[in-house]
Design a protein around this ligand. Structure first.
Ligand code: PXL
Length: 281
């Protein structure tokens, strides 16, 4: 058995609805990675599709957790950030990187969770994307969807009429901003395929899986967690991005059979054996 891999995951806990930490924790665990949680907030549900949710901000707990970990000398193979509830948290996450990984040895995956379908999620101020740009520069890999890439780069959002040039424009602008390696999700050139563009060393490659109809909540978190699991287990970026496409598509397919309501997330639990099998050797 190889040594225990460890990831510090900095996301919210949405108590019901399968996203952020309630996805990252089981998925990374299944992949053999210890998921060390830094919860940024506790919400009764996620904010996309439910009303009246509670929100307890945990900004003040983040640095003390990191300080304790530093004093114990804990080391991390990876840092994984997702939904951050406030502008202050973006700055604090950057500080946590500096505190726990001053030599920048760990893999930093930043999922710049901010919006979908061309719009910022409720609760985010219009200037949030500007702050997120700074975290993008600190990352080794980012995995925005098209909306987030457009917001980060001040580019118009195109959904149904995506062209190869539009995708390459977004990737080029993200690289100019300082993103080192990008996996851009939600890329669709043909009606029956959905995938990602992988940008590394100035080159773009595309990976696809069969498109399953339905916009289920939390698929971005499933995608990012599968991507990170594969990267930490030694897979190349392109291969990790391709597996994550197939895995996420399968999750949607399985979910559609029994759960028409898209707000409750996907049944990734049923597909975890495929992640485990993929990482067997
Ligand atoms: O899946 C992204 C996400 C994470 N956390 C919270 C959210 C969302 C998306 O809506 O509301 C609280």
């Amino acid at each position: 058995m190889s040594r225990q891999l460890r990831c510090a995951a900095i996301h919210d806990i949405s108590c019901l609805g399968k996203c952020s930490l309630t996805v990252a924790l089981p998925m990374l665990s299944a992949a053999g990675v210890e998921c060390c949680c830094i919860p940024t907030a506790i919400l009764s549900t996620h904010t996309g599709g439910f009303r009246g949710y509670t929100y307890r901000d945990l900004t003040d707990d983040i640095v003390p957790i990191a300080r304790h970990w530093r004093s114990e000398g804990f080391k991390f193979d990876s840092f994984y950030t997702g939904y951050l509830g406030s502008p202050a948290q973006v700055e604090i996450v950057r500080k946590v990187f500096r505190m726990l990984d001053p030599e920048h040895e760990a893999l930093r995956l930043v999922d710049p969770v901010m919006g979908d379908n061309g719009r910022l999620y409720s609760g985010f101020a219009p200037d949030f994307p500007k702050l997120m740009r700074e975290l993008v520069c600190d990352a080794d890999v980012i995995c925005p969807n098209i909306t987030e890439a457009a917001l980060l780069t001040d580019t118009d959002f195109h959904d149904s009429d995506q062209s190869r040039d539009y995708i390459l424009e977004l990737l080029g602008k993200l690289s100019e901003l300082g993103a080192k390696r990008t996996v851009l999700t939600g890329v669709q050139f043909a009606p029956n395929e959905l995938g990602a563009a992988v940008y590394e060393d100035g080159r773009a490659e595309f990976v696809f899986a069969p498109r399953v109809e339905g916009m289920y909540h939390g698929t971005g978190d499933v995608y990012a967690s599968a991507l990170l699991a594969c990267l930490l287990r030694g897979r190349a970026l392109r291969d990790a991005a391709e597996f994550a496409c197939r895995f996420t598509a399968k999750c949607v397919e399985v979910t559609k059979l029994t759960m028409p309501d898209v707000n409750y997330g996907v049944r990734f639990e049923a597909v975890l054996p495929e992640l485990i099998r993929e990482l067997e050797n």
